[in-house]
Design a protein around this ligand. Structure first.
Ligand SMILES: [Zn+2]
Length: 68
């Protein structure tokens, strides 16, 4: 279940919320529905690291000279 980070456009409150499909996210501070989702700092970026490093997932090194 994805834990997403949000920021309220009304009061600037930052909060995390478990989001399921169809769930309406409201600010815990002012109950506003005017919230924007921030890209979570954990999960997405760290898991995409190996593919960004050179497109190789079979080796953990930065260079793929041995497996290509
Ligand atoms: Zn708010």
């Amino acid at each position: 279940m994805p834990l997403r980070e949000f920021r309220c456009k009304q009061c600037g409150e930052k909060f995390e919320e478990l989001v399921r499909n169809g769930t309406k996210v409201t600010c815990p501070q002012c109950q506003s529905e005017e919230v924007e989702s921030l890209i979570s700092s954990f999960g997405f970026k760290s898991s995409g690291r190996s593919s960004l490093a050179g497109g190789c997932t079979s080796c953990s090194g930065g260079h793929c000279s041995t497996c290509h």
